[in-house]
Design a protein around this ligand. Structure first.
Ligand code: SAM
Ligand code: DTB
Ligand code: SF4
Length: 331
């Protein structure tokens, strides 16, 4: 089996039978309720049908426009609705983006993901954003952007500039969404995701664990993701990074049981076995053993580099040490 599947069309027939788009919430919940060891065995066995379990994909993040966001996402340091949030910056210049991408490449990243604190990009910013995509791509890196909701025209412009992936998370279940975000609807998120799929940009979409959601919400969120056809190529699972100034209810809920987190990775893998599951934000609060369990359960991508968007990530050197200890390689 090839260790990197670019599209579901690359998957042999017998593996393709393992891809389902019609999982019910009850089926998803039943997976969460399996004994831990059996669940991990099932997830790891499926993972090995589609991927080399020793291989991992490394993505580096860069915040190209921070703070001052009009959205009220309860978890986010960049929302202008929370006090003491991140200071607003303008859109980064091309030279600074190129330098950051070169540094990421030299450290061994394969993909460069550029994020902006926007509800959606303005049309006037598109030429500059397209230039960023072309510049990063010329360095031989895969490109990803996360800029908020997109119109069809913006989607095709990004695709034509060579954008490989677009990140747009559903974040939690449809049922719980309004408890976390009130300035847009769940269906707004799905609409952008479907637009990306229609225009052949690879989709990176996932969510956050630790928002005070129930296990039913986690099961429901994974059903939403696994109902996308094809399945999203990349599925980031974040553990909430508690940020001062954001609603305290969410921050109090942020203590996620490590086994419950690993379970979420395993269920995501069983429901979307050909997708790369990314162990995303929150790794600074995970032990190396917990991260290794996540890799066993089917996570085979991480954010790599000392910073996420506005908060600290596990530093690149200790990640290289961890991967070396586990005998994992990134190419
Ligand atoms: N503004 C765009 C949007 O919301 O789509 C792109 C950037 S936004 C910061 C990207 C994602 O980062 C969010 O959807 C959320 O999943 C994740 N995120 C933001 N703050 C986080 C936090 N404190 N902990 C974990 N994940 C977070
Ligand atoms: C994703 O799922 N997680 C990333 C990325 N996609 C854009 C962002 C994590 C942000 C963590 C908090 C911060 O650094 O601001
Ligand atoms: Fe803005 Fe994105 Fe943060 Fe929401 S998650 S406040 S849209 S930057």
């Amino acid at each position: 089996m090839a260790d990197i599947l670019e599209t579901e069309q690359d998957i042999p027939d017998k593996e393709a039978d393992l891809l389902r788009y019609d999982r019910s919430k009850e089926e998803s919940l039943a997976l969460f309720e399996l004994p831990f060891m059996g669940l991990l065995h099932q997830a790891h066995s499926l993972h090995c049908r589609f991927f080399d379990p020793n291989q991992i994909q490394l993505s580096t993040l860069l915040s190209i426009k921070s703070g001052g966001c009009s959205e009220d996402c309860g978890y986010c340091s960049q929302s202008s609705h929370h006090s003491g949030g991140v200071k607003e910056t303008g859109l980064m210049n091309l030279t600074a983006v190129k330098e950051a991408a070169e540094k990421a490449k030299n450290l061994g990243a394969g993909r460069f993901c550029m994020g902006a604190a926007w509800r959606n990009p303005n049309d006037e910013d598109m030429p500059h954003l397209l230039e960023m995509v072309r510049t990063v791509k010329e360095l031989g890196l895969e490109t990803c952007m996360t800029l908020g909701m997109l119109s069809d025209e913006q989607t095709t412009q990004l695709r034509d500039a060579g954008l490989d992936y677009y990140n747009h998370n559903v974040d939690t279940s449809e049922e719980y969404y309004s408890k976390v975000v009130s300035t847009r609807s769940y269906q707004d998120r799905i609409k952008t995701l479907k637009g990306l799929q229609r225009h052949d940009i690879k989709v990176c979409t996932g969510g956050i664990i630790g928002l005070g959601e129930t296990v039913e919400d986690r099961a429901s969120m994974l059903c939403t993701l696994a109902a996308l056809e094809p399945h999203p190529q990349s599925v980031p699972i974040n553990m909430l990074v508690p940020v001062e100034g954001t609603p305290s209810a969410l921050n109090l809920a942020a203590r996620v049981d490590p086994f419950d987190f690993v379970r979420t990775i395993a269920v995501a893998k069983i429901m979307m076995p050909a997708s790369r599951i990314r162990l995303s934000a929150g790794r600074t609060r995970m032990s190396q053993e917990m991260q290794a369990l996540c890799f066993y359960a089917g996570a085979n991508s991480i954010f790599y580099g000392d910073k996420l968007l506005t908060t600290d990530n596990q530093d690149a050197e200790s990640d290289r040490e961890l991967l070396a200890k586990l005998g994992m390689h990134s190419t």
